[in-house]
Design a protein around this ligand. Sequence first.
Ligand code: URA
Length: 159
Amino acid sequence: PDADLMFIGEGPGQEEDLQQRPFIGRSGRLLRTTLIKLGISPEEIFITNIVKCRPPNNRIPLPNEISMCKKLLLDKQIKIVCPLLICTLGSVALNAILDEKKSISQIRGSLQQKDTMLILPTYHPAYILRNPQAYQLFVQDLTQAITYIQTNKINTETF
Ligand code: URA
């Protein structure tokens, strides 16, 4: 809960639903393995989802489900963790956090600001599993996120 970097995905898949933990399936393994390769331990980060229950047949969460989960749970998680940076994974998380529709391929890797939140959008790891040619961009975005938190942590510690 005192993590500087917070990852937000879409919603639990089948394995996550069974084990009641976010990102423990294939997508989660890809995210964690990549973070470890970049020198970040999964214990150092906070991972959650926009919606906390798996929508029937894995469909995309509906707008009312997104706004309800956000208001009742996600907004509170963000307030408690108070991360330096939020990395949104995929377009559902990006649009829910920004509260507007933006193209992930156009704004991935560029810092966005919404209220007091600083957001770095990147692809969802499930997209990377389907499109491995995009993996280098994903690595580039995660590297940028890690560099950002490390730089800003040092700045805070100097005071
Ligand atoms: N995809 C998500 O968006 N979240 C998970 O927890 C797992 C897969």
